[in-house]
Write a protein that binds this ligand. Sequence first.
Ligand SMILES: Cc1ncc(COP(=O)(O)O)c(C=O)c1O
Length: 509
Amino acid sequence: MQLPIGIDVASKHSRQTQIFEQIRTMIIEGRLRVGDSLPATRELSQQMGVSRNTTVIAYERLQAEGYIETRRSVGTFVCPSLPEASIRIQQLGPCQIAARAARPMDAGRRRFAFSGRAQRLINPHRDRLLADFWPGRPDAESFPAKAWSRHIWRRAASLGRGVTEYQDPAGLLDLRQAIADHLGPTRGIITDPACVVIVNGIQDGLNLVARLLVRPGDPVILEDPCYQGAHYVFDSIDAAIIPVPVDSAGIQSARLPDVCPAVAYVTPSHQYPLGCTLSLERRFELLAWAERTDSFVFEDDYDSDFRHVGSPLTALKGLDRTDRVIYAGTFSKSLGAGLRIGYLVLPKVLIEQARELKALTSNGQPWLEQAALADFMTEGDFERHLRRIRAVYKARRDQLIEALRTKLPEWEILGSEAGMHVVCRLPDAHPSSAADLSALALSQARVGLYDLETGGASSFGASEMFERCVILGYACVPEHKIVEGINAVASLTRDGALGPIEHPAETAT
Ligand SMILES: Cc1ncc(COP(=O)(O)O)c(C=O)c1O
């Protein structure tokens, strides 16, 4: 069966994204129906003149998002139950969709102002896997449900104006105070609530800062490789992205270009994805660069609550004497991503404009969760919770390292001192790329093992690290599953299932 899809070589989207989007659209619009079979990846790659890897990744993403499923030795089919969002569209039926569809864009009357992509958030396979090492997810079992519901109920009993009135768009003062108090002892940041703005997670903070400081064409410095969520935000507003390579001591600050004014986005505590810590020397170099070029530095401190070896380095913001660092923290890793609560600590010059923008974009955050979180922090429940989960995550990290060293000793482990994931560099002699290995681990061992791209990272150069590394999140994988998962991946190697997937020359039409 041949699918009527094509590759636009001029598109800024990768080939795998184009294939993914076109097949997804065919499923959503009902041109491919539940149970229909899809061509094998090899057949599709030959049809389109792209590498097998490209079609494997596109299929993997369609599978991960719940559009297709692969039945071993039978083939690939449209899933019997499609993701919720597409079902809503499907219920209209193809004719109604056609009737309601907007007119072609080239009429010049309707053009999207937004053209962008987003990082993948939902992985419908998780419950079906033997072990899923998807990075960045905290352990759901460890959520402090009792203490949290006690605070929610107590505040809910006296809601009053908390819900009937708009609140300060910068966030609830009690929570901003609790965050400011927390950051002194834990991150070395001396600040006050006036500088703290509550956001809907770091992703929202990135958008706020991008809108506040970056016009199309403005230079934005990103780590290479870097967190996809940050890359896609700046890409979506047509910033001029300048990648600066990362090595084992973090972003190579000596290679920061003297452009101004710019924003540099960095992850100093636990570089995403590679996991290194920015050295003290480079922290000072980065701050000196910001001062010299009159730039701001966006410090994404997403998982710094977890340091497993040694004591944490003071946050960059804690060393910032010229007020140029925008610090971003989140409760997505310590409590849960579903809460959607994060915060920025802003340089003073940005506060008023940020508050205006916050009001303009959202009128502020929901009150009840902010109030409960403030109590949760001031009454010591947050510290207690952190102590408890630090021990859980450290035990899982230790188990993962032991399993890797025993079963896959030739894999080099990186970035294990902190956070919730490690990166493994495959040996040069390894027969397949990280993307191939991750596709095989999913289809043949039911293990979620991610290459850096499917694990939420972007790369800008021909970084061979990017091709050769897999990322393993361990915080939400119980120890016995860690062992089972690594054993299953190791036996793929033993059984000879691994081998190079053929890569015909990329001769896109
Ligand atoms: C490096 C990094 N920054 C930011 C985020 C997003 O955090 P939030 O849920 O607060 O938007 C993530 C999520 O995985 C991340 O890995």
